[in-house]
Write a protein that binds this ligand. Structure first.
Ligand code: 2AM
Ligand code: CA
Length: 269
């Protein structure tokens, strides 16, 4: 993709995501029909589908040769990541959207032949737009995000994770996770993977750990994190496959080795 095409695309996505966010804000107090998907905690509303349809229609109209990988069914099916692929979560943090009417985001990552080119995470209710164009830095609204402080230790870090991983479960040894919680300065749980990526990029937290995420939960976040020298792998430190469900560790690079070797590899069952 040449420079002009890439910047035009970036500016269009920026305008569309702001437009979609305004639609959500205007209807935030309307009655909602809520359904469940894979389990009783996995929620979806007509707004998830409406926002995804909004982007699917724009892509079809402006970029019919592009492909869409998305959560709510308007996307294409994939065997590989060749070509230009949009990876969209129309509402990341649907439970927050339903229960709190805040702390959710629209997440859009655009990949060309598997390389992340453009990332947007829109915190709709706070009207904060995190963005990145590969090689041009990451931004929160118009403010450039600084590269992450390289002198962090685990003991000075705030990490995001879901409390579920501190209970007895089949995926990780909860006693190792409990030790991690004791060793860090603090923990937070925001309930939106995309926003947690954005907070790591902003440097307001230092890591986000999840044991199971889908491509649309992470596609934009990875691109934004990379622009501030942050790192994203699975919990074993391996590169993540863009098309598969995966565990995730995204963090300040100065605590990555310690998190993986002192805790996460030992916790893995
Ligand atoms: P969602 O709201 O788009 O479903 C909550 O901890 C985070 O995990 C949110 O980003 C949420 O995204 C995601 N999430 C919730 N259930 C999930 C599931 N079954 N698989 C993958 N990600 C999930
Ligand atoms: Ca979603």
């Amino acid at each position: 993709m040449d420079v002009i095409t890439r910047e035009t695309l970036f500016n269009r996505v920026r305008a569309w995501i702001l437009e979609a966010g305004a639609i959500i804000r205007n209807q935030i107090n309307d009655p909602l029909e809520i359904n469940t998907k894979s389990n009783p905690k996995d929620l979806v509303t007509e707004m998830d589908r409406k926002v995804e349809f909004f982007f699917a229609s724009k892509i079809k109209q402006y970029y019919p040769e592009h492909l869409l990988l998305s959560e709510e069914g308007y996307g294409d099916t994939f065997e590989n990541v060749s070509g230009t692929v949009w990876i969209i979560d129309p509402i990341d943090g649907t439970m927050n959207f339903v229960h709190q009417k805040q702390n959710f985001a629209i997440s859009i990552g655009i990949y060309e032949h598997g390389i992340g080119e453009i990332g947007f995470i829109y915190d709709v209710m706070n009207n904060n737009l995190y963005s990145a164009l590969r090689g041009n830095g990451a931004f929160k609204n118009t403010k450039r995000l600084a590269p992450l402080n390289k002198n962090k230790t685990i003991h000075e870090s705030i990490i995001c994770l879901n409390h579920y991983w501190l209970t007895k479960n089949r995926i990780v040894d909860e006693t190792v996770m409990q030790q991690l919680i004791k060793d860090v300065r603090g923990t937070r749980t925001y309930g939106s993977a995309a926003l947690e990526f954005a907070y790591v990029a902003e440097g307001v937290v230092d890591a986000y750990i999840s044991m199971g995420l889908e491509p649309w939960d992470i596609a934009a976040g990875r691109i934004i994190i990379e622009e501030v020298d942050g790192v994203t792998t699975n919990i074993s430190g391996d590169k993540v496959n863009m098309l598969e469900r995966t565990s995730i560790l995204t963090c300040n690079p100065s605590i990555q080795k310690d998190l993986i070797h002192t805790y996460l590899l030992k916790a893995k069952k």
